[in-house]
Design a protein around this ligand. Structure first.
Ligand code: DX5
Ligand code: ZN
Length: 221
């Protein structure tokens, strides 16, 4: 297995044929499918809801890595779980009770993730490290694809790598935003094991997906 897992963000897919796009990235070697859920309130963009996640579920056998950029998130956790999410990640700023939200996700039988905005300190995780299955570092401000990678986040990835290793637990360390073959190498060297990529995976159309994903995985070579 590759040392780097790739989770293509379908935000950069052709929304008029999402099912076919998800099937195409699955065939092209995606390890996870990253689904960006935005509410026009927590972030300044609106994307998709649980019904779309449910409609996409038959198009891939890969885990659905659902990134919730919505506030509040709690009222919708069950709907995303039932729609077929495998990992549900939330931002600490989306509600007052991060611990309770993570408990809810785990009680639904799903893996729980915490997402750190560029300005969010990793210490928010100190007392929930035993409940997280994934930590997602935003290397852009969430809301849109196609933004430039923020190198200021590399130090945070290094710190989180140490925090995760100290637990001895299996926790994915994922990076999201501005990931391309160059920044992928920086992320890997800093300790990331999973990369989200929208623009870099979908550029050129379906006949390029396999090479695009391979180019990102090569960052670990
Ligand atoms: C933005 C999303 C990202 C986005 C990444 O809020 O969380 O997943 O799709 O897009 P690229 O890879 O183009 O920066
Ligand atoms: Zn995302």
């Amino acid at each position: 297995m590759s040392k780097l897992l790739i989770s293509p963000s379908i935000l950069s897919a052709d929304f008029a044929k999402l099912g076919a796009e998800v099937a195409a990235i699955t065939r092209a070697g995606a390890d996870l499918i990253h689904i960006d859920v935005m509410d026009g309130h927590f972030v300044p963009n609106i994307t998709i809801g649980p019904q779309v996640v449910k409609a996409l579920r038959p198009h891939s056998d890969r885990p659905f890595d659902v990134h919730l950029m919505i506030a509040p998130a709690d009222p919708y956790l069950q709907a995303f779980a039932e729609a077929g999410a495998d990992i549900i990640s939330i931002h600490p700023e989306a509600g007052p009770h991060l611990h309770r939200s993570l408990q809810t996700i785990r009680n639904l039988g799903k893996k729980a993730g915490v997402v750190l905005n560029p300005s969010t300190h990793e210490s928010v995780l100190d007392h929930v490290m035993d409940m997280v299955d994934l930590i997602l570092v935003m290397s852009i401000n969430p809301g849109f694809g196609g933004q430039a990678f923020l190198p200021s986040q590399l130090g945070k990835i290094e710190t989180l790598r140490k925090m995760i290793d100290r637990t001895g637990r299996e926790i994915l360390l994922e990076v999201d935003g501005g990931v391309n073959p160059q920044t992928a190498r920086d992320c890997y060297n800093a300790g990331a094991d999973t990369l989200v990529a929208g623009t870099a995976v979908f550029k050129g159309g379906p006949e390029h997906y396999q090479a695009n994903i391979a180019a990102l995985k090569a960052a670990a070579g």
